[in-house]
Design a protein around this ligand. Structure first.
Ligand SMILES: Cc1ncc(COP(=O)(O)O)c(C=O)c1O
Ligand SMILES: [Zn+2]
Length: 417
């Protein structure tokens, strides 16, 4: 049973039938899925959700779920209380939403699961996307599982692991000589000629709804409470706006009593159009990305305007970090919490640290950081920044020599010598 009633323009409010479209004919504004909230309210409760599947489909009343799904079991990823990292930064109560353990190792499995379900309902037999890397592997994996054709378009300078992972699912992978914004422009053109389900272009309204589940889950996992602060990685801005929407839909449905979450955007300084606009109080100016952070490297963010609105409405803030700070962020999370994230997670941890140090994030706030991708995807940025392994022959004496040499170094570093 779906409670979806229409597509609605986020700009002028014009309504459309449920179709594979994403832009308003009247004003070119983006379309969003609309639900019959009165009916949803009658059919949803905390208890019902808690008894549901351990995937995003526990929130199916609030998703544009088609009749069929391709189920790789995305969602319900762990929320860790992060006391070690909290202590290091001087925070009172910090949580890590570890979404890097999804089926293809990023949060993109949520948006893909929802849009593929809708694609099947529309009768498409071919999936496609423009991707900064993580969407590519998720779409390819869902196409493989659902026996669908698949065309993936990515910028040519992508991380090796993201390309290898995607190719393992055997899609048609098209590597475009250009940045993500070039890839996206090309795909928008291609989508006009080919009858394919481009999950983040003609199916974008449905795709975007999948990210709301990252709002719902955190509230449920905190014991039916929205956090005081959420730090979110930002590319197009869609994820950030949908986390906020997720918290507020639970409020509207009476599942929680209040939402006072300050939504906080994080980007790499080398591609930070949304953070720059927020901090300077200006409009978003497109940029050419120049950073090791590829997942968020969107110079002309499709949902930038709406992301800025959420930052203002929620009384949040925004911060960006350098490439060095991204690496430090990845290492800090790994060594304090045992969670290995990709560069997007390094951006989030680096931004959290920076904003706590500057006093913009209050140490008493119950804070959640969203870690949305896995460290195995961007290993090349780290390889020269970690210690070397200790090499020995398979011999006990060699081991003991190496150990005593290591201990001498440790004692020396501790200043005992
Ligand atoms: C790991 C990761 N986190 C966050 C994002 C940002 O998502 P959005 O484009 O919805 O802002 C992306 C986008 O590709 C991503 O790959
Ligand atoms: Zn409109």
């Amino acid at each position: 049973m779906s409670y979806v009633v229409a597509l609605k323009c986020r700009n002028c409010g014009e309504k459309y039938q449920i179709k594979p479209i994403s832009i308003c004919d009247e004003c070119f504004g983006p379309l969003e899925v609309e639900y019959d909230f009165e009916k949803v309210k009658e059919n949803i409760s905390r208890e019902k959700i808690e008894k549901g599947p351990k995937t995003i489909w526990r929130y199916k009343e609030l998703l544009p779920a088609g009749k069929k799904i391709v189920d790789l079991k995305a969602g319900l990823t762990p929320l860790h209380r992060a006391d070690n990292l909290a202590e290091k930064l001087g925070l009172k109560e910090l949580y890590v939403k570890n979404d890097s353990v999804n089926p293809t190792f990023s949060f993109k499995d949520r948006v893909v699961a929802v849009s593929v379900s809708q694609a099947l309902d529309f009768g498409f037999d071919t999936l496609a996307c423009a991707s900064t890397g993580n969407l590519a592997s998720s779409v390819a994996a869902h196409a493989a599982k659902g026996n669908l054709n698949c065309y993936i378009f990515v910028p040519a300078d992508l991380n090796v692991a993201k390309i290898t992972q995607t190719l393992a699912y055997e899609p048609n992978l098209i590597s475009v000589e250009g940045n993500y914004d070039d890839v996206n422009r090309l795909c928008t053109e291609i989508a006009g000629y080919y009858n394919w389900a481009f999950v983040n272009i003609n199916l974008r309204p449905y795709y975007a709804e999948g990210s709301k589940t990252l709002g719902y889950e955190v509230v449920e996992q905190l014991g039916w409470e929205a956090p005081d602060r959420a730090v979110v990685p930002v590319g197009s801005g869609s994820l950030l706006t949908k986390i906020w929407k997720g918290y507020n839909e639970f409020l509207e449905l009476g599942l929680i009593d209040e939402v006072n979450t300050k939504i906080t955007a994080s980007q790499a300084t080398g591609c930070s159009p949304i953070v720059t606009a927020f901090r300077s109080g200006s409009e978003i100016k497109p940029v050419k990305p120049k950073t090791i952070e590829k997942s968020l490297a969107i110079g002309n963010p499709a949902d930038g305007y709406y992301a800025l609105r959420v930052l203002k409405e929620s009384k949040g803030t925004a911060g960006s970090v350098s490439d060095e700070e991204i690496i430090e962020g990845i290492k800090l999370l790994a060594k304090t919490e045992g969670i290995f994230t990709e560069t997007a997670g390094g951006v989030v941890v680096g931004t959290l640290k920076k904003l706590v140090e500057s006093g913009e994030i209050d140490k008493d706030e119950k804070t959640v950081i969203y870690i949305t991708g896995n460290g195995l995807k961007t290993q090349e940025v780290l390889i020269s920044k970690v210690a070397k392994p200790i090499k020995i022959k398979p011999d006990l004496n060699e081991f003991e020599q190496a150990l005593s040499a290591k201990q001498k170094i440790l004692v020396k570093e501790a200043g005992i010598w």
